[in-house]
Design a protein around this ligand. Structure first.
Ligand SMILES: [Zn+2]
Ligand SMILES: [Zn+2]
Ligand SMILES: [Zn+2]
Length: 119
């Protein structure tokens, strides 16, 4: 049995030793890192998990494909008009629509929707 131990890694920006679990938070505000590699968002997409969105019907936080799945599984009969949390956070995204949220997910985020049904 391996013991959980704290792993440290040198920050690539300021060379400070940072606990791995706090690296993401550190990189978000580490100026040398940001000016060297740009904001963390880009890196996070590749190295870390994708951005998460809060479900408009409950406090669940999910990635885009999970959110689409989640809404169809857990809130299939919700008809409240809500703002799409994915489009709202996306630059240039259009979060306004006048059909149901599920219809919106189906038309706007259908890549994920279809993927779910091909599994
Ligand atoms: Zn740093
Ligand atoms: Zn939910
Ligand atoms: Zn959307």
């Amino acid at each position: 049995m391996k013991k959980m131990k704290t792993v440290f890694q040198n920050c690539e920006g300021c060379e400070e030793k940072i606990c791995l679990s706090e690296m993401r938070a550190h990189l978000n505000k580490c100026q040398p890192y940001i000016s060297k590699y740009g904001p963390l968002v880009e890196l996070g997409k590749i190295a870390c998990r994708e951005e998460t969105y809060v479900c408009p019907f409950c406090p669940e936080e999910l990635e885009e494909d999970e959110l689409v799945h989640h809404c169809f599984i857990f809130h299939p009969s919700e008809s409240r008009l809500v703002t799409c949390p994915i489009c709202r956070l996306r630059p240039g995204g259009d979060s306004s629509y006048n059909s149901s949220f599920h219809k919106h997910l189906q038309t706007r985020h259908s890549i994920y929707y279809e993927k779910l049904h091909c599994k």
